[in-house]
Each structure stands twice: as structure tokens, then as C-alpha cells.
Design a protein around this ligand. Structure first.
Ligand SMILES: [Zn+2]
Length: 418
């Protein structure tokens, strides 16, 4: 039976050129004594925007694993799939992120809600949960409201899980349910009810991605109340441990943090909470590896730098079009975007420093970084001009990719301070 190890980390590789450089970061951490399973993820939206097929993710990962002789587990994640998009992922993925966000809030019938509430009398009592100071107490009306909000989403997750299981054979893949791409965060009591609903659907849940409090914008740091996040993250872990015993979910069931890359403020919190609770985590990055490609190309100067300037110039002129699909997960202040004429005067290192996520660097520009992050289809339109430059500048690009994952992500997340 396939199970997700305690620690796993999702990486995106939009153009399928960096799997090996990504894997080097995991290899380095393993040498430090901490094993984290790499998960290569790519959503249907990214495949459509780039014009790639899910099999290409698997092939790139296969090549990297073979080249480095990686002896540990690794996975390929069909990221944010739904019933209408899962089909072409079935063969090449062994990890499925079932996205039911669209069904959250579709009201379930009274009969279904009443039936669930009657079956789960325990949820109406004062619940003492190990690791949470105050007992959880849901009033009958608030319990019903939560069930009404999430019941159809849980049913949809069950339908999709059974569809995948039928096509692939059970126990041969990892199941994640994601609820992060929705307007309102889920509180720990809501998470408990959601887990009971998913258990009733008999989903052997490996990981669940709730929406946490605060802004998890793509490619930049967390914005929100860090103390509240710490409490919520810790309470969610306690709720998961409780639910796995109470409802027979796999004992290793763990939280998944989406758009988890670049949340530097949160990493020490996550690190110490995992150490204290012995819990695991899956952290999914937002496909920011492709920004490291831009950084490497800028640093390389010449044709690489010219291409990065061209991509920025196009993006600067098409902000609304490029940001539209990502409006809820980016915050760009257009007034802070440098003029194209200015950027065209910058050296490669100056341009790289504007994009590279080193918040303390005086040239770092979070607005420019976010705009470029959502502009990957502009690079895709460049076709072989882009990918040939990746090949001819492989070493400098790979260095950026590895360093970003290893030093800015894996180390602060998983290496205890000594
Ligand atoms: Zn997500």
C-alpha cells in the first residue's frame, strides 16, 4: 500500500527542465539526515496554459530520479483535478489532489444534513481534543450549518476518489482533498466536521489542504496574523490526530499547505509545531521554480537577459490579462512596477535581484516577482527560444533552482536549529 512519508514537499516544474536540479535539494537534505519525499505537481490549468501533457511531468521526474539514483519514495501529483479534468492524469500520476472547492457552500438537503447529524451525535457534545486547551463545543445550529456547507463537497470528493480507485486499483495512489481555493478559511471545528464527512465517504485520506487564515499569495511571503496562524496550525494538527482515531482515517493523515512556497515568516512556526507534535506535513509550492529559471537567465547576461527583458516588457503591457486568472492569489501594486525602459537599463544581476526572493535585499520587488510569476505563458509562447536558453545556461539556472529549494525552503522548514 502506497503511503506518504511524514514529510513531503511539492515542487512545480512548468517547462519540465529542472527536475534534476530540484531533486539535488532533497538529496542535500537527506545527507543532513532529514528525508523529505519530492512530489512533482502540475495542475490542469498549467498544462492548458503551457500546452503540455501530464505524462511529461512523470517522464521528467523519472529521468531525474534515474540520473541521481534517488533511492527513496517520490510522487507525481495531479494537482487540483476534478471529475472533468482527471482522465488524462490517471496513468501518469500516483498522487491526486481532489479539488472540491466549487462544491463548498452548495447547500445540501435537510434530509442529508439531518441524517449526518443523527449519525454523529459525538459532534454535538463538548469535545476534549488532546492538544487543544478549550473543549470544542458546536451548537446544534452551527453544526448543521457546517454540515450543510461541506456535505456536497465531501460527496463529490467521494465520487472522484472512487472513480480514480476504479480506474487505477485501490491503494496505489495518494489521496489529497483540497479546499484552499475558496473565499473563507476553515476553522479547526469545521475541519473536524469535514474529516467526519470524508471518513463517511470512506476516503483513505492521506492529506487535506484547508484554507488557512491569512493571505497565501503565490511566490511571496505570508500576510496575516502569525500568532493566529500558529494556533490554527497546531489545533488543526490536533484535530487530524483525533479524527484519525475517531473515524478510522489513516494514522498518518496530515495537513497540506498550499501556495506554501516563500512563506518565510511561517517556516519557523511550522518547524517547531511539527517538532513538538511529531506530526507530518505536505507543503506544496506554487511552481516558483520557473522564476529561478528567469533569475538564472538574467544572471547569464546576453541572450538570456534579453529574453527576460522581453518577457517583462510584454507582461508589463498585459497586467490585467495575465493576472485575471490569479486575482485571488496575488496582490500587485501596479504603481510599484518599474518601467520597461528602466528595466532595460538594468544589468543581469540587478534584474535577478529584483525577482529573487530575498526580502532584505534593497533591490527586491515583490510586485515585479508576482507579475512575472503569473506570466509563464509568455515564456511558453517563446517556445524553443526559451527552452534552448535553459539548455545552454543549464548550470547557472540549476544553481538558482537548487539553492532556492534547499536554502530558502527545505532547511528552515525541516532542519531543527542546532
Ligand atoms: Zn491549492
Amino acid at each position: 500500500m502506497l503511503a506518504l512519508p511524514r514529510y513531503s514537499f511539492g515542487v512545480g516544474d512548468r517547462f519540465a527542465h529542472e527536475a534534476e536540479a530540484q531533486l539535488v535539494a532533497f538529496e542535500r537534505l537527506a545527507l543532513e539526515g532529514v528525508l523529505v519525499a519530492p512530489v512533482w505537481n502540475k495542475s490542469n490549468r498549467e498544462h492548458v496554459l503551457i500546452g503540455s501533457q501530464p505524462a511529461s511531468v512523470r517522464e521528467a521526474a523519472d529521468r531525474a530520479v534515474a540520473a541521481l539514483k534517488w533511492p527513496h519514495l517520490w510522487f507525481v501529483d495531479a494537482d487540483h483535478i476534478r471529475l472533468d479534468t482527471v482522465e488524462r492524469f490517471l496513468e501518469s500520476s500516483n498522487f491526486f489532489t481532489i479539488d472540491v472547492a466549487d462544491s463548498i457552500g452548495q447547500p445540501a438537503s435537510d434530509a442529508l444534513v439531518d441524517e449526518f447529524v443523527a449519525r454523529h451525535g459525538e459532534l454535538s457534545t463538548r469535545l476534549l481534543i488532546a492538544g487543544i486547551e478549550e473543549p470544542l463545543a458546536l451548537s446544534p445550529s452551527s453544526l448543521k450549518e457546517i454540515v450543510r456547507t461541506y456535505l456536497l463537497a465531501a460527496k463529490e470528493a467521494g465520487t472522484l476518489y472512487r472513480h480514480i480507485s476504479k480506474k487505477r486499483g485501490g491503494a496505489t495512489f495518494i489521496t489529497e482533498v483540497s479546499m484552499d481555493e475558496t473565499a473563507a478559511p476553515q476553522t479547526p471545528p469545521e475541519l473536524l466536521v469535514i474529516l467526519a464527512l470524508l471518513a463517511d465517504e470512506q476516503i483513505p485520506l492521506d492529506t487535506i489542504a484547508p484554507k488557512f487564515t491569512g493571505r497565501f499569495n503565490k511566490g511571496v511571503d505570508y500576510v496575516g496574523d502569525v500568532d493566529q496562524f500558529e494556533r490554527e496550525f497546531s489545533d488543526d494538527i490536533a484535530v487530524l490526530a483525533h479524527a484519525s482515531k475517531q473515524y478510522g482515517l489513516p494514522p498518518s493523515v496530515k495537513l497540506s499547505v498550499h501556495s506554501g512556497s516563500d512563506k518565510f515568516t511561517l517556516y519557523p512556526i511550522i518547524q517547531r509545531t511539527l517538532a513538538r507534535t511529531n506530526a507530518g506535513v505536505h507543503l506544496k509550492t506554487a511552481g516558483t521554480t520557473w522564476l529561478e529559471e528567469l533569475i538564472g537567465l538574467a544572471e547569464s547576461g546576453g541572450d538570456g537577459l534579453a529574453l527576460v527583458r522581453d518577457i517583462y516588457s510584454y507582461a508589463r503591457g498585459h497586467v490585467d490579462e495575465l493576472c485575471g486568472p490569479y486575482a485571488t492569489v496575488i496582490d500587485i501594486d501596479c504603481g510599484q512596477l518599474p518601467a520597461v525602459s528602466e528595466v532595460n537599463r538594468w544589468s543581469g544581476s540587478r534584474l535577478a535581484a529584483a525577482i529573487r526572493h530575498v526580502p532584505t535585499h534593497s533591490d527586491y520587488n515583490a510586485n515585479m516577482r508576482q507579475l512575472l510569476h503569473v506570466s509563464f505563458k509568455v515564456a511558453a509562447q517563446q517556445g524553443s527560444r526559451y527552452t534552448d536558453l535553459l539548455k545552454s545556461n543549464r548550470a547557472i539556472v540549476a544553481e538558482q533552482v537548487t539553492e532556492n529549494i534547499y536554502a530558502r525552503h527545505l532547511c528552515p522548514l525541516f532542519l531543527e536549529k542546532r
